[in-house]
Design a protein around this ligand. Structure first.
Ligand code: SF4
Ligand code: SF4
Length: 101
C-alpha cells in the first residue's frame, strides 16, 4: 500500500495576545474588593455588583483599540482566576471566532 505523505498542521496557540478578549464579554460579578473604579461598576437585577458592559457587549474597562484590560492591576477576582487555555477560555474563543484579530 502506498503511504501518502502528510504534514501535521500545528494547532494555533491559545494566547490572550491574539484573542479578541472573548472572555471580557462575560458577566463578571464583583465578589471581593480589588479597587475597581466606580465608573466601571454596574448593579445586576438581584442587587449584586458586576462589571459594567457597554452596548457592544464588552466590559467597560476594556480598551477597544488594544483589546487589553485598562484596570489590570485592579481587575476583579473572577478575571484573575479565568485561566488562559482552560476549557472556559477555549469555549469563549470558539464562540466568537469572527472577532479574532
Ligand atoms: S483568557 Fe482566553 S478568552 Fe480570555 S482573552 Fe485570554 S485567550 Fe481570550
Ligand atoms: S475587568 Fe478587565 S479582565 Fe475583567 S472583564 Fe473587564 S476588561 Fe476583562
Amino acid at each position: 500500500m502506498k503511504t501518502i505523505p502528510h504534514t501535521q498542521i500545528a494547532e494555533t496557540a491559545v494566547t490572550c495576545s491574539t484573542c479578541a478578549a472573548c472572555c471580557c464579554q462575560l458577566e463578571v460579578m464583583l465578589i471581593t474588593d480589588t479597587g475597581v473604579p466606580e465608573r466601571f461598576i454596574d448593579t445586576d437585577d438581584w442587587g449584586g455588583e458586576v462589571m459594567l458592559r457597554l452596548d457592544d457587549g464588552w466590559c467597560a474597562a476594556l480598551d477597544r483599540n488594544s483589546m487589553m484590560c485598562t484596570i489590570y492591576e485592579k481587575r476583579p477576582l473572577i478575571c484573575r482566576e479565568f485561566e488562559m487555555g482552560a476549557p472556559e477560555c477555549i469555549d469563549e474563543r470558539q464562540g466568537i471566532t469572527t472577532a479574532y484579530r
